[in-house]
Design a binder for this molecule. Structure first.
Ligand code: CTP
Length: 403
């Protein structure tokens, strides 16, 4: 996927010192970032820091011959997929609301047709002033997105609303806005959570999967504009926005749901922890201790469940199919073996013996394994970020298929 192009415009407020952190967060999310600053902004943040991080000169002047020869302000406005204004000072918001264009930043903001996201930061009294609030209302009515400000201790000494949102939150809001089209036209079928296999009407055999990884994949796929069907096993998670959820319990039910939805799916991501074994017989009534031949033990005979992933791969056609491998030993070797046995396009392998990755935590560290044995390790990331990386790979595979 082409990186999204973000123009970071910086206003003249103390919060500008946080902008290098925002720049890094946006880059970490894979975006290409350029900076433009008001002259006042450069009193709070060093242009050299911004230039070193972005690898591009920081634009400040409207008609500077050397700057305009690199890329003129209209081309800069056209270049951006998204423009962020951080910090958005009261003055900058007022100029935007009134269409003033007396410096580079305001000229770009008037000329751009891209989505604009503003992160206000100012003194609490300036923020609550009806002039600022009316300007904000005008901007909102024109489709400008607003994040923050947060409340707390302000640099000016006052307490209240006016702190710029955290760089990570601004970056997240930007990505949320951006990732809306790359999977448009696709139907992504995701499985998540563990299955539960009935022993009798009150007892189940299940596993420790929380469903967080699969739900993150579903959420990210929906953000990229896909139609998403989430076949959910045992989980207490809420359905991500825009996702169609089908609840199942056993491996057999999951198989039926997946096969019923397969025809419409162009991408299948099997993050569920499917039980490998299920009781051969499900007792109709509750098993009572007194009824047992040997009261000190109960023998359950388990039989293997259908391997849904292998079955889906057998019906793959031109779909992209991603499997998961939860391993406690020889993670990479096991995943290499598994991808060949099952026949999927990508295996996401994780070491479930780690406490900070795998079951019921918000982070994960995985190895991406391809059918030709290539391996890439991610390091510890949020499950949302891992989900995003999985989808980047899926999109790449889709793209290669179209070539
Ligand atoms: N899977 C499946 N149906 C099953 C078991 C597993 O579709 N009955 C899928 C899982 O959703 C996952 C992948 O297969 O995407 C690997 O699951 P895993 O439990 O790690 O592998 P197993 O097939 O169980 O292999 P092993 O027992 O050797 O670990």
């Amino acid at each position: 996927m082409e990186p999204a192009r973000i123009l970071l415009t910086i206003g003249g407020g103390i919060a500008a010192y946080k902008v290098p952190e925002l720049l890094r967060a946006l880059q970490k999310q894979g975006h290409a970032v350029r900076c433009a600053a008001t002259p006042a902004a450069l009193r709070f943040v060093s242009p050299l820091a911004l230039q070193s991080l972005s690898g591009e000169p920081v634009r400040t002047a409207l008609f500077d011959p050397s700057e305009e020869s690199e890329i003129d302000h209209i081309r800069l406005a056209d270049w951006a997929d998204l423009v962020i204004v951080a910090p958005a000072t009261a003055d900058l918001l007022a100029k935007m609301a009134h269409g003033l264009a007396d410096d580079l930043v305001t000229a770009v903001l008037l000329a751009t047709r891209a989505q604009v996201l503003v992160a206000p930061a100012m003194n609490v009294n300036m923020w609550t002033h009806s002039a600022t609030q009316q300007n904000l209302e005008t901007l909102r009515s024109r489709g400008v997105l607003v994040i923050g400000p947060e409340s707390g201790e302000l640099a000016c000494g006052w307490e209240g609303a006016g702190r710029m949102s955290e760089p990570a939150d601004i970056a997240e809001a930007a990505s949320l806005r951006l990732g809306t089209e790359s999977l448009q036209g696709h139907t992504v079928l995701v499985t998540a959570g563990g299955t539960a296999e009935a022993i009798d009407p009150v007892r189940r055999i299940t596993n420790r999967s929380s469903g967080k990884m699969g739900f993150a994949v579903a959420e990210q796929a929906a953000r990229r504009g896909a139609r998403v069907i989430l076949v959910a096993g045992v989980t207490s998670l809420t359905t991500p926005a825009g996702v169609v959820r089908l609840d199942v319990e056993s491996a057999a039910e999951m198989r039926d749901a997946v096969l019923a939805e397969l025809a419409g799916a162009t991408i299948v991501i099997k993050a569920a922890a499917v039980a490998d074994f299920t009781p051969e017989i499900v007792e109709e009534g509750k098993i009572k201790k007194e009824g047992l031949a040997d009261q000190s033990s109960l023998v359950l005979r388990l039989v293997t469940t259908p391997d849904i992933l292998s079955e889906v791969c057998g019906l793959k056609e031109d779909r992209v199919v991603v499997g998961f491998a939860a391993e406690s030993d020889n993670v990479v070797e096991e995943a290499r073996r598994k991808i060949l046995r099952k026949g999927c396009d990508l295996m996401v392998a994780n070491d479930v013996s780690r406490v900070d990755a795998g079951f019921d935590v918000d982070t994960n560290a995985v190895f991406f394994v391809t059918p030709d044995g290539e391996v890439e390790e991610t390091g510890l990331l949020s499950k949302q970020e891992i989900a995003s990386q999985i989808l980047d790979r899926v999109e790449k595979l889709q793209g290669e298929r179209l070539e």
